[in-house]
Design a protein around this ligand. Sequence first.
Ligand code: SAM
Ligand code: SF4
Length: 336
Amino acid sequence: MAIGSRPPLIDPFGRAISYLRVSVTDRCDFRCVYCMSEDMAFLPKRDLLTLEELDRLCTVFVERGVRKLRITGGEPLVRRNIMSLFQALSRHLASGALDELTLTTNGSQLARYASELAQCGVKRVNVSLDTLDPAKFRQITRWGDLARVMEGLDAAQGAGLKIKINAVALKGTNEDEIEALMEWAHGRGMDLTLIEVMPLGEVETQRVDQFLPLSQVRARLMDRYTLDDLAERSGGPARYVRVRETGGILGFITPLSHNFCESCNRVRLTCTGQLFMCLGQEDVADLRTPLREGTHALLDQAIDDAIARKPKGHDFIIDRRHNRPAVARHMSMTGG
Ligand code: SAM
Ligand code: SF4
């Protein structure tokens, strides 16, 4: 059936699903302390959907009203031949069916891919960077090289991509650096979004030791800066302000101290074709079987059934008594 002739995806709470995040690999060239354990077990390659299958699945979602696709991971740019997926998906930008094709990356491969991404119609990228100190960067990412990420940022800006820096606020690690990160990002014309640590997957550190409430960060920033609330919302957990002194935009993602579920417009697809209707719940729908069994109708039905199960919200909690992950899977599996 042609684009637009099938009903859009609306969940039981009346929320239209217009945003799909797609994790194209669970692998990564970093091992960030809040995201992965040092000795992660990854999925066997044979379990992954091929890039052609990922394209077919994304296309069905676009036909059902998804207007924004975010490619993520693991590290999306370490998946072999990943540019072929961007090239394929860019046809939906050209046709007008899709408003935005974007990605979240750790930046390590951006120097290599920035101009190809721009040619595929990517306009903005989210780059995760928690510190400007090379030693601390190595400590947080375990394997990362800050200089390479910096080259990636230069290449991305050189290719005309807009950049949003995502930084996870970590107690005792980068909390004294938030202002410097913001001044640096805004000074380069990049937005900065701060993220609270979420209890996803077992890692070596106790979550309660990493958790820094953004309400505290915000209060501290307000001693020196004027934060003007912006109405702008992404249907997600971020709240944005404009910092009067720098002129830049600062976002706060506070899944723990704020509930953002009422406006949730998104679902998440894993690299094995599992659809998560909520980042903070275990419920999952298998789309790989209907995809491989071949009929469009079967896949459509599976997607409808999944969206009909989208929960009202999550219930993350981090405290001393609940020092275990709210959900067992790591962020690198569902895609951040
Ligand atoms: N590798 C890419 C990257 O780092 O941008 C994309 C995937 S990564 C899982 C997406 C985002 O999730 C990153 O910004 C990362 O900092 C964030 N993240 C990972 N684990 C997290 C956790 N437990 N709590 C909060 N954010 C987390
Ligand atoms: Fe890799 Fe991103 Fe997770 Fe860091 S946050 S380990 S870069 S997937």
